[in-house]
Design a protein around this ligand. Structure first.
Ligand SMILES: NC(=O)c1ccc[n+]([C@@H]2O[C@H](COP(=O)([O-])OP(=O)(O)OC[C@H]3O[C@@H](n4cnc5c(N)ncnc54)[C@H](OP(=O)(O)O)[C@@H]3O)[C@@H](O)[C@H]2O)c1
Length: 363
């Protein structure tokens, strides 16, 4: 057995698992590599990433890919293999039957049907099992799945583009705050999230599509949600006109019934209670999670961003700061580089042309 390659192979496995982020419905996007070690180094004999839609699981795909070569191999898996019978037998059992001799995982699965049982099943079968390699990276990649399992709501990323003087925009005008590269990066983030949410104010001001329009990733647009208490989304808006191709759900007060014109355009609704001056966001998030959504990117505007922060429902912040100043700006950002709560820790920052992206995670 060669333990020297564990870090490299698990890092490769994590990168591979990212391929299907946002595409695996309520299941996490997991990666698996089956590897043999010879005198000339490691050889990958099977690989798998959770299939689009969530099944088959990564382990099953890697085992099928390896065939008999799975015997005696080391399996690298980014999440503990499942231990329960669903529509297919447990992946831990599949690894045992395939003749794998060692299993390395990045983290345990908090699903109450697994939660250590997958690892135990492997150990009981005499398989050398090691866990926790790159746990932090894997937990970050699987944050949506963990959030839905542990908090019963999606992982919430608040994304804002702020001018150098702290404005989000100018009332009544559609303003581009960041440059092309930053906007492309924002589209990449859309491709990796299950869903995106804005307020009615943003739809009225900008008439956004909220899709991913990067070449090759156009089929990876997230589901779109709009906070709109009275269901007044304009029927001619781009969101409504495209609702049959990329789903649009309005979040309204339970007192309002969706108009026939919106319903027949393909728009659907979630109803929620009104508290103080808006919809009860925790309840909204629970309902969104119940539809199998694990990650949600909140793309503004100002009032919505403020409400999510006030309700303490933000897990991650993606702040795009432009060098440009908006002298006549009149929509202040609730966040700037210098105005971030201590609850959040800086994780990484990146220059994108003239703009800077800083990402913060809840400590
Ligand atoms: N720079 C950026 O990153 C960025 C991103 C997006 C937008 N913007 C700009 O921001 C401006 C729009 O922002 P905005 O503040 O006017 O509108 P907004 O935040 O997009 O939408 C606010 C509306 O959402 C509805 N809502 C329902 N429940 C809510 C709740 N719990 N919390 C908050 N809102 C709730 C309310 O409408 P109902 O009462 O009808 O339900 C409220 O009026 C535009 O100018 C746009 O260009 C900037």
């Amino acid at each position: 057995m060669n333990y020297d390659y564990d870090h490299k192979l698990m890092a490769a496995c994590l990168r591979y698992a990212r391929r299907h982020r946002g595409l695996t419905a309520s299941n996490p996007s997991v990666g698996t590599l089956l590897v043999h070690f010879g005198t000339d180094g490691p050889r990958i004999v099977g690989r798998g990433v959770t299939a689009i839609g969530g099944r088959p699981h990564a382990e099953r795909i890697a085992i099928d890919c390896a065939g008999e070569l799975a015997i005696g191999s080391t399996a690298y898996v980014t999440l503990e293999p499942c231990a329960h019978h669903a529509s297919t037998p447990p992946c831990a059992q599949a690894l045992i039957h395939a003749g794998v001799s060692r299993v390395v995982t990045a983290c345990s699965d908090p699903d109450e049907r697994v939660n250590g049982r997958g690892h135990k099943m492997l150990q009981d079968a005499g398989i050398v099992t090691q866990t926790g390699l790159f746990r932090k990276n894997a937990s970050e990649d699987l944050s949506g799945y963990f959030s839905r399992q542990l908090k019963r709501r999606p992982h919430v990323v608040l994304k804002l583009a702020v001018s150098s003087d702290g404005w989000l925009g100018i009332k009544g005008k559609e303003i581009l705050i960041t440059g092309r590269l930053a906007r492309y990066y924002g589209h990449r983030m859309r491709a990796e999230t299950d869903s995106i949410l804005v307020g009615r104010g943003t739809v009225e001001a900008d008439d956004p599509l909220l899709t991913c329009r990067l070449p090759g990733l156009r089929n990876r647009s997230p589901r779109r949600f709009v906070l709109d208490q009275k269901g007044r989304l304009p029927v001619g808006s781009q969101l409504v006109r495209t609702a049959c191709t990329v789903p649009v759900t309005l979040i309204t007060s339970w007192k309002y019934v969706l108009s026939n014109r919106l319903y027949y355009s393909g728009v659907r609704t979630i109803s929620a209670e009104i508290i103080e001056d808006g919809l009860a966001l925790f309840e909204v998030l629970e309902d969104i999670a119940a539809q199998g959504v694990s990650s949600l990117m909140v793309e503004g505007g100002a009032q919505v961003a403020e409400s999510f922060l006030k309700a303490d429902l933000v897990d991650e912040i993606a702040l795009f700061t432009s060098k440009k100043s908006l002298k006549e700006g009149d929509i202040p950002s609730p966040l700037t580089q210098k105005k971030i709560s201590k609850k959040f820790q800086l994780r990484r920052s990146l220059n994108l042309g003239d703009d800077r992206l800083t990402q913060f995670f809840r400590a």
